[in-house]
Design a binder for this molecule. Structure first.
Ligand code: ZN
Ligand code: ZN
Length: 200
């Protein structure tokens, strides 16, 4: 069973509730437990993420550098001393990475640890947030891996199957409208190939 430690640096309880829905989708293929439970009040970690985000903000861009943020998180004993644990970080500040103007977040295997980091700054609505949660958690558990058929490398490996949550969109507008197209179609969150990837 995977144990994910949640660091929720957002004010909205709703974000945790939507994360729960994404975890229910994932739980069809992977046994995952998240602590503390999403949507619960966790003031100490909220303040911790606010502090780390401020420390990792580029003074001119006013955006948080994702690797600098992870360097701060990994400096915590509870993260560094537990090789098994996976980490999920939510924040409201806009994120960027080297070579990118911005990003919704991403999955990083960094210094031997797993991290999913997600910013709500550019999220359009609840369906869009669900989409981003399911997508990034999918990466953490191996969906659309390197070398699989129907994938393409574009900022990581992504699925090419239509209506799969593991497809990649490169703009906020495309990402949000794809999330709505998926919702309307009632397609499974993960396509059959990505479901197999998640079961491994
Ligand atoms: Zn992706
Ligand atoms: Zn897929």
């Amino acid at each position: 069973m995977a144990l994910i430690k949640l660091y929720d640096g957002t004010k909205e309880q709703k974000n945790g509730e939507i994360l729960e829905i994404a975890l229910v989708e994932l739980a069809k293929f992977q046994v995952v437990r998240v602590t503390p439970s999403p949507g619960s009040i966790d003031i100490s970690n909220y303040k911790l993420i606010q502090h780390f985000a401020a420390e990792s903000t580029h003074p001119r861009r006013k955006q948080v550098h994702i690797k600098r943020l992870l360097d701060q998180i990994i400096s915590l004993n509870e993260v560094r001393n537990n090789p098994q644990r996976q980490n999920l970080i939510l924040l409201e500040q806009d994120l960027y990475a080297d070579g990118l103007n911005w990003c919704f977040g991403g999955y990083q295997h960094y210094l031997g640890k797993d991290f999913v980091t997600i910013s709500t700054a550019r999220i359009q609505d609840e369906a869009h947030l669900f989409h981003i949660f399911a997508h990034e958690l999918g990466h953490m558990y191996g969906a659309a891996f390197r070398g699989r058929s129907n994938t393409r490398e574009e900022l990581g490996f992504h699925c090419l199957n239509d209506l799969c949550v593991m497809q990649q969109q490169l703009s906020v507008k495309e990402s949000a409208s794809y999330a709505h197209r998926r919702l309307k179609s009632k397609a499974p969150t993960y396509c059959h190939q990505c479901q197999d990837d998640l079961r491994i």
